[in-house]
Design a protein around this ligand. Structure first.
Ligand SMILES: [Zn+2]
Length: 162
């Protein structure tokens, strides 16, 4: 999912190449990371429980670009049971509202693709701020190295319900 504008981020390229290598070997990169922390161990965690881990994207498209990982292995959202769908979507709703309250985002977009085998269910929440272009332009916005990750995570965390 890299675009030409992502090529200047060496850490992002290196991570993408490692994920591609794991996929080529038939290994689920997310289950591998949940077991080892090798890939994403340095990401900033906003919240974490037995089934859902919420982290900041280290190369965000906007401040507060967040990844919601469903920990049990499912390839994508179509495999979820209704109760699991409810749990995950309620958490995403809480998180979107926390991003609005905590960071002042005007709108939060939710996207999930998880295409290409093997893959592992995760959802991206991408904030849009006042004055930024609306709609699909946000999905192709360039990535930038994250700055003030802990301050961003704290602002979101403090706005999340317990
Ligand atoms: Zn997995």
């Amino acid at each position: 999912m890299m675009s030409a504008s992502d090529q200047h981020l060496p850490a992002y390229v290196a991570l993408s190449e490692r994920i591609a290598a794991l996929k080529a070997a038939g290994i689920c990169y997310q289950c591998h990371d949940l077991a080892t922390g090798e890939l994403f161990g340095d990401q900033t965690v906003i919240a974490d429980n037995a089934r859902i881990r919420i982290v900041l994207d280290p190369n965000p498209k906007s401040r507060g670009h967040t990844i919601v990982v469903w920990k049990p292995h499912q390839a994508d959202f179509s495999e979820l049971e209704p109760g699991e769908t409810a749990e995950l979507f309620v958490r995403c709703t809480e998180l979107a509202n926390a991003i609005k309250r905590g960071l002042g985002a005007e709108k939060v977009y939710l996207v999930t693709m998880c295409d290409g085998e093997p893959n592992h269910l995760h959802i991206r929440l991408i904030p849009r701020y006042a004055g930024e272009p609306i709609g699909s332009k946000r999905f192709v916005a360039p990535r930038s190295p994250i700055g003030n990750a802990e301050a961003t995570a704290t602002a979101i965390r403090n706005a999340l319900p317990d």
